[in-house]
Design a protein around this ligand. Structure first.
Ligand SMILES: *Cc1c(COP(=O)(O)O)cnc(C)c1O
Length: 356
């Protein structure tokens, strides 16, 4: 059965990654053992981890100033771990809030120090990225959410800051090239664009660590994870393996330039379709539209159920908008083929003819 997977997360992964991961569950690289039963300190897993780390460095063009970690948990763990490591109790961190995830990150940070919210787009239902803001020069860092998964906005030009830039890139990691070297810290839960749930990737500039006075629990301490080479305790072996395969796939397909080309082709087609049909309305400011998650509404809300029923009938999965936002959300991560976007655009046109 042909299924179009528009899930927002966990989400679609490349078919070949799934095939290799299935094979590795039965027999990992001819070892006679499953990836689920190999030791995390064996050279087998060391190779997996090292390839994952070096692929991240290659894709992001990072030097040894940055370390790449694969840690337990989801991005929500990082909402706490970032301020625990970077924000002293009496210091202030700046948070740029464009949606529910950024708001949650700011709320968690306030448990550890002072938080100043430098922009908040909830005045316009988070349909834009605030560009007019100033960051106090004394701030420990500026935190942004590079892509707002729920609301469908994305930063297309990252802010210039004097203070270290920290980004939650959970839902657009590796979707395009950028100057990643200038970030102080980047984190991403793997399950949207780089693998299976259960692992976080953290890229951190080493010179930012060791500056807070609080005692950090060992398992939360980035520096201790660096010292242990992401092997302080048992890492989520299988999830790291799936990330490594996905990173390898990205490199083989042509890297971030090629990912961006595909993502632009898909999102251009979808937004053009929305804009050309009066039945649909996208609320996000055009210049801030996300390559990854397109959110739109039916101008006649009473048609929404019929639209969702039709998607279901055509095996289009995951298009119902987030519960607090409503409407339709089409997620188009790296692994989603253009043909799936073409299919939903055709469906939208047919539906518009029938109900226009
Ligand atoms: C999904 C998501 C999160 C939450 O991730 P978990 O892994 O469920 O903790 C945080 N930030 C962004 C931008 C997300 O898309």
């Amino acid at each position: 059965m042909k299924v179009h997977n528009f899930n927002s997360g966990p989400s679609i992964l490349p078919r070949t990654v799934m095939e290799q991961a299935s094979q590795a569950i039965l027999d990992f690289n001819g070892t006679g053992l499953s990836i689920l039963e190999i030791g995390h300190r064996t050279t087998h897993f060391q190779d997996v981890l090292q390839e994952a780390i070096s692929s991240v460095k290659q894709l992001m063009d990072l030097s040894d100033d940055h370390e790449v970690l694969f840690l337990h948990g989801g991005a929500t763990t990082q909402f706490m771990q970032v301020p625990m490591n970077l924000l002293d109790e009496k210091a202030t961190a700046a948070y740029h809030v464009n949606g529910i995830w950024g708001k949650k990150a700011a709320t968690e940070a306030a448990l550890f120090g002072n938080v100043t919210v430098v922009a908040d787009s909830s005045d316009q239902q988070n349909t834009y990225i605030g560009k007019d803001f100033t960051v106090p020069a004394s701030a420990s860092y500026l935190h942004i959410t590079s892509n707002n998964t729920v609301e469908g906005t994305q930063w297309h030009q990252f802010p210039e800051t004097e203070v270290p830039l920290v980004a939650d890139m959970s839902s657009d990691i590796f979707c395009r090239p950028a100057d990643y070297k200038r970030f102080g810290l980047i984190y991403a839960g793997a399950q949207k664009n780089m693998g299976a749930a259960g692992v976080n990737m953290v890229v951190v500039r080493k010179d930012l660590l060791g500056k807070v006075s609080r005692k950090i629990p060992t398992i939360m301490d980035y520096q201790k994870h660096i010292d242990a080479g992401s092997l302080m305790n048992t890492p989520p072996v299988f999830a790291v393996y799936v990330s490594m395969l996905t990173l390898r796939w990205i490199l083989q397909e042509g890297g971030l330039t090629e990912m961006e080309r595909r993502n632009k082709a898909k999102s251009d087609l979808l937004y053009q379709t929305i804009d050309s049909l009066p039945l649909y309305r996208a609320q996000v400011v055009k210049s801030d539209r996300s390559l990854m998650n397109a959110v739109f509404f039916l101008n006649d809300p009473s048609l929404e159920t019929a639209f969702l029923d039709l998607c279901k009938k055509e095996n289009m999965i995951g298009v119902k908008g987030y519960r607090t936002v409503g409407g339709i959300r089409v997620s188009m991560y790296n692994a989603l083929p253009l043909s799936s976007v073409e299919a939903i655009c055709d469906l939208m046109k047919d539906f518009a003819i029938k109900h226009g």
